[in-house]
Design a protein around this ligand. Sequence first.
Ligand code: BES
Ligand code: ZN
Ligand code: ZN
Length: 497
Amino acid sequence: MEIRAVAGDITGIKSDAIIVNHYEGMKQPEGDAAIADKALEGAIYQLIKQGDIKGKLNEITLVHSLGKLPAGRVVIVGLGKKRALTVNKIRGAMGEACRYLRQRNVKNVASAVLGTDNEKIAMSDAVQAMTEGALLGLYTFRRHITKKENNLVEIKALTIVGKEKAAIQKSISRGRIIAEATNWARDIINEPANFMTPSDMAEAARQLAQKYGLAVEIFDKEKMAEAGMGALIGVSQGSQQPPRFIILGYKGKDTAEVDIALVGKGITFDSGGISIKPSERMSDMKGDMAGGASVLATLIALAQLKPKINVTALVPATENLPSGSALKPGDILKAMNGKTIEVLNTDAEGRLILADALSYAKKIGAKAIIDVATLTGACMVALGNICTGAFSNNRRLEDRVVAAGKEAGENIWPMPMYDEYKEQLKSDIADIKNIGGRYGGAITAAKFLAEFINNTPWVHLDIAGTSDTDKEKGHLVKGATGVPVRTLVNVVLSMAK
Ligand code: BES
Ligand code: ZN
Ligand code: ZN
């Protein structure tokens, strides 16, 4: 979809539809809606008066312009109460409005800058969110459907109309970079495990390196063994698919140091292994590499936004399957940092592969580490699918990540890391065991990871609840959400400042 900026008056634009906004509780149209209303000889005002337009968040009303405007239709989108408006609501409303118009085969859309009649909302943020909302909300994953969809026509062009063309253009391009990176992550997460093996993921990273000028290195099993990645190799043992350790580097300044390592869990399918999962919804576990996808996707955006900072993405990638050669409950593995792990549940595999990846991040001297993983069902029990759990050894970095999430419209909630939680991980025959007791499972998992970090500032993000959704809502559609790509991009940009 082409997205362009135009300076001027929304009612002067020739298109299939123009979008304006209305707030809940307002007795008459305001701003661009008022200008459109005038051209429509009071039709919008009438609808408000009759109670047909209430302005509730994501409410959509279509009015035909019947020749009174160059545009064929006017869409009035509700933004909720004016005082309660957020940039994230603009992103969601734009997603809803775009899907609504696509459904009606509308090909050319123009929109006023939504929400800028509100002092709290900066024009640049609104335009970026509108761009993201449109591109994320219109996302589809249809490449395995052979029947041509003839009733789904894509929206070809979106024109954002406001006061300052150059500024609008700049925000559009930023929003596009971030949304397209997010959709790249969604694509590889939605891909089933037979189309997204560890080797496929490594190949995808190689292609990114080619396309965006990033540094790439892929470890095969031999290289992993040389590096001492016994935990990653242990998890991969049960699978016919060879594991891969993916290293993708973005250099924004001329030094060798790694300012931030972004580590992402890359389990391309999690059956649980010998500690096998129930079959119901096991297919969801094709998305157990969402953390890995999100850190790779973040580098796509960075390569285009070009902040002056060095970032390395690390993805340990493997399947977790049961077989005659699989890891068994009770087995002991040695991680890259020399620590031994008693594996009491083979379904707690994410922390095992992350143990090696975090050790590697330490070895390359990363000054800060953020890991992202669909790590625990317990995190879903604690937080649902509304927010990502954050676990950290460093309050400043954690605050920065939470703030970046807020800015991105991706909720992140800090979780406690009391030392007492660690007691659950004591093993009688190894340095640590890979599961704790029945309660506090998301935290004991984070405490396990902390054993491979020591003092480096670190934040662990558990996205088990937020990485996919079964509801179409706002900028989200069914399937992978791409969380937390937008947050990670913001974190890196804020650290580069
Ligand atoms: N990949 C799962 C966690 C998960 C569950 C992600 C549901 C998304 C949705 C992880 O590898 C896992 O199986 N964790 C176990 C840990 C337990 C055995 C300590 C869990 O949460 O049940
Ligand atoms: Zn598992
Ligand atoms: Zn898993």
